[in-house]
Design a binder for this molecule. Structure first.
Ligand SMILES: Nc1ncnc2c1ncn2[C@@H]1O[C@H](COP(=O)(O)OP(=O)(O)OP(=O)(O)O)[C@@H](O)[C@H]1O
Ligand SMILES: [Mg+2]
Length: 259
Protein backbone atom coordinates (compact mmCIF):
# COMPACT_ATOMS: atom_id res chain seq x y z
CA UNK A 1 0.00 0.00 0.00
CA UNK A 2 1.15 3.53 -0.69
CA UNK A 3 2.36 5.41 2.38
CA UNK A 4 0.13 8.18 3.76
CA UNK A 5 3.17 10.40 4.21
CA UNK A 6 6.41 10.14 2.26
CA UNK A 7 9.47 12.26 2.90
CA UNK A 8 11.76 11.63 -0.01
CA UNK A 9 15.37 12.81 0.19
CA UNK A 10 14.47 16.08 1.89
CA UNK A 11 17.25 18.57 2.52
CA UNK A 12 16.55 21.93 4.11
CA UNK A 13 19.15 24.65 4.37
CA UNK A 14 18.81 28.07 5.94
CA UNK A 15 20.92 31.02 4.86
CA UNK A 16 22.46 32.70 7.87
CA UNK A 17 24.30 35.63 6.28
CA UNK A 18 27.59 34.16 5.15
CA UNK A 19 26.91 30.69 6.51
CA UNK A 20 24.49 28.02 5.41
CA UNK A 21 22.89 25.86 8.01
CA UNK A 22 21.86 22.35 7.00
CA UNK A 23 18.79 21.75 9.16
CA UNK A 24 17.88 18.50 7.36
CA UNK A 25 20.26 16.46 5.27
CA UNK A 26 18.73 13.97 2.83
CA UNK A 27 15.97 12.76 5.14
CA UNK A 28 13.70 9.97 3.89
CA UNK A 29 10.79 8.53 5.86
CA UNK A 30 7.55 6.78 5.03
CA UNK A 31 4.57 6.73 7.35
CA UNK A 32 1.75 4.28 6.68
CA UNK A 33 -1.92 5.19 6.83
CA UNK A 34 -3.03 5.15 10.50
CA UNK A 35 0.49 4.72 11.79
CA UNK A 36 1.65 6.54 14.93
CA UNK A 37 5.25 7.71 14.57
CA UNK A 38 7.12 9.65 17.24
CA UNK A 39 10.34 11.60 16.68
CA UNK A 40 13.00 12.22 19.32
CA UNK A 41 16.42 13.80 19.07
CA UNK A 42 18.60 16.56 20.51
CA UNK A 43 17.57 20.21 20.36
CA UNK A 44 18.28 21.67 16.93
CA UNK A 45 18.36 18.37 15.01
CA UNK A 46 15.58 19.50 12.68
CA UNK A 47 12.47 17.89 14.22
CA UNK A 48 10.31 21.01 13.94
CA UNK A 49 11.69 21.75 10.49
CA UNK A 50 10.58 18.30 9.32
CA UNK A 51 7.12 18.78 10.83
CA UNK A 52 6.79 22.28 9.38
CA UNK A 53 7.62 20.95 5.92
CA UNK A 54 4.83 18.36 6.25
CA UNK A 55 2.49 21.07 7.56
CA UNK A 56 3.30 23.12 4.44
CA UNK A 57 4.75 25.98 6.48
CA UNK A 58 8.30 25.46 5.17
CA UNK A 59 9.46 24.15 1.81
CA UNK A 60 12.30 21.69 1.22
CA UNK A 61 15.48 23.00 -0.43
CA UNK A 62 15.76 19.61 -2.17
CA UNK A 63 13.67 16.47 -2.19
CA UNK A 64 9.93 16.13 -1.73
CA UNK A 65 7.31 15.77 0.98
CA UNK A 66 4.19 13.92 -0.17
CA UNK A 67 0.80 13.30 1.40
CA UNK A 68 -1.24 10.62 -0.38
CA UNK A 69 1.33 10.79 -3.16
CA UNK A 70 0.76 14.52 -3.74
CA UNK A 71 3.55 17.05 -3.00
CA UNK A 72 2.73 19.31 -0.05
CA UNK A 73 2.40 22.88 -1.29
CA UNK A 74 0.87 24.58 1.75
CA UNK A 75 -1.26 24.04 4.85
CA UNK A 76 -4.52 22.12 4.41
CA UNK A 77 -7.51 20.83 6.40
CA UNK A 78 -6.28 17.23 5.97
CA UNK A 79 -3.45 18.03 8.41
CA UNK A 80 -4.08 19.30 11.92
CA UNK A 81 -1.06 20.94 13.53
CA UNK A 82 -0.50 21.35 17.27
CA UNK A 83 2.51 23.36 18.40
CA UNK A 84 4.21 23.48 21.76
CA UNK A 85 3.18 27.09 22.13
CA UNK A 86 -0.58 27.23 22.24
CA UNK A 87 -1.92 29.49 19.51
CA UNK A 88 -5.40 30.59 20.52
CA UNK A 89 -7.51 33.53 19.41
CA UNK A 90 -7.48 35.77 22.51
CA UNK A 91 -10.86 37.34 21.68
CA UNK A 92 -12.68 33.99 21.48
CA UNK A 93 -13.76 31.82 24.41
CA UNK A 94 -12.60 28.22 24.77
CA UNK A 95 -15.75 27.12 22.96
CA UNK A 96 -15.25 29.79 20.28
CA UNK A 97 -11.68 28.66 19.71
CA UNK A 98 -12.63 24.98 19.43
CA UNK A 99 -15.56 25.79 17.10
CA UNK A 100 -13.50 28.09 14.90
CA UNK A 101 -12.04 25.47 12.56
CA UNK A 102 -15.42 23.77 12.25
CA UNK A 103 -17.01 27.05 11.25
CA UNK A 104 -14.38 27.53 8.55
CA UNK A 105 -15.06 23.96 7.37
CA UNK A 106 -18.76 24.80 7.03
CA UNK A 107 -19.99 22.42 9.75
CA UNK A 108 -23.59 23.35 10.69
CA UNK A 109 -24.12 25.17 13.97
CA UNK A 110 -25.69 22.37 16.03
CA UNK A 111 -23.07 19.82 15.01
CA UNK A 112 -20.33 22.35 15.59
CA UNK A 113 -21.57 22.94 19.11
CA UNK A 114 -21.87 19.22 19.86
CA UNK A 115 -18.39 18.38 18.53
CA UNK A 116 -16.83 21.28 20.40
CA UNK A 117 -18.56 20.23 23.65
CA UNK A 118 -17.30 16.69 23.23
CA UNK A 119 -13.65 17.61 22.74
CA UNK A 120 -13.72 20.32 25.41
CA UNK A 121 -14.91 17.59 27.73
CA UNK A 122 -12.22 15.18 26.50
CA UNK A 123 -9.45 17.61 27.48
CA UNK A 124 -11.11 18.37 30.80
CA UNK A 125 -12.16 21.97 30.16
CA UNK A 126 -15.94 21.58 30.43
CA UNK A 127 -16.14 24.09 33.29
CA UNK A 128 -14.18 26.66 31.29
CA UNK A 129 -15.99 26.60 27.95
CA UNK A 130 -17.14 30.23 28.24
CA UNK A 131 -13.85 31.61 29.47
CA UNK A 132 -11.35 33.68 27.44
CA UNK A 133 -7.77 32.32 27.04
CA UNK A 134 -6.28 35.07 29.24
CA UNK A 135 -8.11 33.54 32.21
CA UNK A 136 -6.59 30.08 31.64
CA UNK A 137 -3.31 28.61 32.86
CA UNK A 138 -0.67 27.63 30.27
CA UNK A 139 -1.60 23.96 30.50
CA UNK A 140 -5.29 24.76 30.06
CA UNK A 141 -4.58 26.88 26.98
CA UNK A 142 -2.62 24.01 25.49
CA UNK A 143 -5.49 21.61 26.20
CA UNK A 144 -7.80 24.05 24.43
CA UNK A 145 -5.47 24.08 21.40
CA UNK A 146 -5.50 20.27 21.41
CA UNK A 147 -9.32 20.17 21.55
CA UNK A 148 -9.43 22.57 18.62
CA UNK A 149 -7.17 20.36 16.49
CA UNK A 150 -9.03 17.15 17.42
CA UNK A 151 -12.45 18.71 16.71
CA UNK A 152 -11.68 19.30 13.04
CA UNK A 153 -10.96 15.58 12.78
CA UNK A 154 -8.08 15.75 10.29
CA UNK A 155 -6.70 12.59 8.68
CA UNK A 156 -3.20 13.52 9.83
CA UNK A 157 -2.14 15.00 13.15
CA UNK A 158 1.22 16.78 13.22
CA UNK A 159 2.14 17.41 16.84
CA UNK A 160 5.26 19.36 17.84
CA UNK A 161 5.95 18.70 21.54
CA UNK A 162 2.28 19.31 22.33
CA UNK A 163 2.54 18.16 25.94
CA UNK A 164 5.96 19.69 26.63
CA UNK A 165 4.73 22.55 28.80
CA UNK A 166 2.23 20.52 30.83
CA UNK A 167 2.57 19.19 34.36
CA UNK A 168 3.38 15.47 34.64
CA UNK A 169 -0.14 14.37 35.63
CA UNK A 170 -1.93 16.27 32.85
CA UNK A 171 0.68 15.02 30.46
CA UNK A 172 0.08 11.35 31.26
CA UNK A 173 -3.70 11.90 31.10
CA UNK A 174 -3.44 13.50 27.67
CA UNK A 175 -1.13 10.73 26.44
CA UNK A 176 -3.72 8.16 27.51
CA UNK A 177 -6.51 10.24 25.99
CA UNK A 178 -4.66 10.60 22.70
CA UNK A 179 -3.98 6.87 22.51
CA UNK A 180 -7.50 5.80 23.43
CA UNK A 181 -8.87 8.19 20.79
CA UNK A 182 -6.39 6.69 18.34
CA UNK A 183 -7.39 3.13 19.32
CA UNK A 184 -11.02 4.00 18.51
CA UNK A 185 -10.56 6.13 15.41
CA UNK A 186 -7.18 5.63 13.82
CA UNK A 187 -5.31 8.60 12.41
CA UNK A 188 -1.87 9.05 10.93
CA UNK A 189 0.18 10.81 13.58
CA UNK A 190 3.64 12.38 13.57
CA UNK A 191 4.44 13.35 17.15
CA UNK A 192 7.62 15.14 18.24
CA UNK A 193 8.79 14.92 21.82
CA UNK A 194 11.86 15.27 24.02
CA UNK A 195 10.53 12.63 26.37
CA UNK A 196 11.76 9.11 25.56
CA UNK A 197 9.07 7.45 27.73
CA UNK A 198 6.39 9.41 25.92
CA UNK A 199 7.91 8.52 22.55
CA UNK A 200 7.84 4.78 23.28
CA UNK A 201 4.47 4.77 25.06
CA UNK A 202 2.66 6.39 22.12
CA UNK A 203 4.41 4.97 19.08
CA UNK A 204 4.27 2.19 16.55
CA UNK A 205 7.72 3.41 15.56
CA UNK A 206 10.19 5.82 17.12
CA UNK A 207 12.41 7.82 14.77
CA UNK A 208 15.63 8.98 16.44
CA UNK A 209 17.25 12.00 14.81
CA UNK A 210 20.79 13.32 15.13
CA UNK A 211 22.06 16.86 14.61
CA UNK A 212 24.65 18.75 12.57
CA UNK A 213 23.44 17.98 10.02
CA UNK A 214 19.89 16.98 10.97
CA UNK A 215 19.27 13.42 9.89
CA UNK A 216 17.63 10.14 10.84
CA UNK A 217 19.93 8.21 13.13
CA UNK A 218 17.84 5.18 14.06
CA UNK A 219 14.32 3.78 13.80
CA UNK A 220 12.93 1.60 16.59
CA UNK A 221 9.81 -0.56 16.11
CA UNK A 222 7.53 -0.56 19.14
CA UNK A 223 5.59 -3.82 19.12
CA UNK A 224 3.88 -3.29 22.48
CA UNK A 225 0.21 -4.35 22.59
CA UNK A 226 -2.81 -2.02 22.52
CA UNK A 227 -4.51 -0.77 24.58
CA UNK A 228 -1.41 0.50 26.32
CA UNK A 229 -2.48 0.01 29.90
CA UNK A 230 -0.49 0.85 32.99
CA UNK A 231 0.61 -2.79 32.94
CA UNK A 232 2.18 -2.23 29.50
CA UNK A 233 3.86 0.94 30.76
CA UNK A 234 5.40 -1.01 33.64
CA UNK A 235 6.38 -4.09 31.61
CA UNK A 236 9.93 -5.33 31.03
CA UNK A 237 9.35 -4.98 27.26
CA UNK A 238 8.54 -1.29 27.68
CA UNK A 239 11.66 -0.71 29.76
CA UNK A 240 13.85 -2.55 27.22
CA UNK A 241 12.51 -0.41 24.35
CA UNK A 242 12.84 2.76 26.38
CA UNK A 243 16.48 1.92 27.15
CA UNK A 244 17.14 1.12 23.52
CA UNK A 245 15.77 4.53 22.38
CA UNK A 246 17.52 6.36 25.21
CA UNK A 247 20.87 4.80 24.25
CA UNK A 248 20.30 5.77 20.65
CA UNK A 249 19.62 9.41 21.58
CA UNK A 250 22.25 9.67 24.29
CA UNK A 251 25.15 7.87 22.63
CA UNK A 252 24.79 9.25 19.13
CA UNK A 253 27.84 11.52 19.46
CA UNK A 254 29.95 8.46 20.27
CA UNK A 255 28.49 6.57 17.35
CA UNK A 256 29.25 9.51 15.05
CA UNK A 257 32.88 9.70 16.14
CA UNK A 258 33.55 6.02 15.80
CA UNK A 259 31.72 5.42 12.53
N1 LIG B 1 13.61 29.96 10.00
C1 LIG B 1 14.86 29.58 10.30
N2 LIG B 1 15.91 30.33 9.94
C2 LIG B 1 17.18 29.95 10.21
N3 LIG B 1 17.50 28.82 10.87
C3 LIG B 1 16.49 28.03 11.27
C4 LIG B 1 15.12 28.36 11.01
N4 LIG B 1 14.34 27.37 11.51
C5 LIG B 1 15.19 26.49 12.07
N5 LIG B 1 16.47 26.87 11.91
C6 LIG B 1 17.66 26.13 12.37
O1 LIG B 1 17.53 24.79 11.92
C7 LIG B 1 18.00 23.89 12.91
C8 LIG B 1 16.89 22.91 13.24
O2 LIG B 1 15.87 23.62 13.93
P1 LIG B 1 14.55 22.91 14.45
O3 LIG B 1 13.70 23.97 15.07
O4 LIG B 1 13.97 22.10 13.37
O5 LIG B 1 15.14 21.94 15.58
P2 LIG B 1 14.38 21.01 16.63
O6 LIG B 1 14.94 19.64 16.47
O7 LIG B 1 12.91 21.19 16.50
O8 LIG B 1 14.89 21.60 18.03
P3 LIG B 1 14.10 21.71 19.43
O9 LIG B 1 14.13 20.33 20.03
O10 LIG B 1 14.94 22.66 20.22
O11 LIG B 1 12.72 22.22 19.18
C9 LIG B 1 18.46 24.73 14.08
O12 LIG B 1 19.85 24.87 14.01
C10 LIG B 1 17.79 26.06 13.87
O13 LIG B 1 18.56 27.10 14.35
MG1 LIG C 1 11.41 21.98 17.73
Amino acid sequence: MNPKIAVDGVTKTFDLGRERLVALDDVSLEIADNEFVTVVGPSGCGKSTLLNILAGLEHPSAGRALVDGVPVSGPGPDRGVIFQQYALFPWLTVRGNVEFGLKIAGVPRAERRARAEHFIDVVGLADFADVLPKALSGGMRQRCAIARAYAVNPEILLMDEPFGALDALTRVKLQEQLLSTWDRERRTVLFITHDVDEAVYLADRVVVMASRPGRIHDVVEVDLPHPRTEEVRLSAEFTALRNRVWNSVYHQDTVERTS
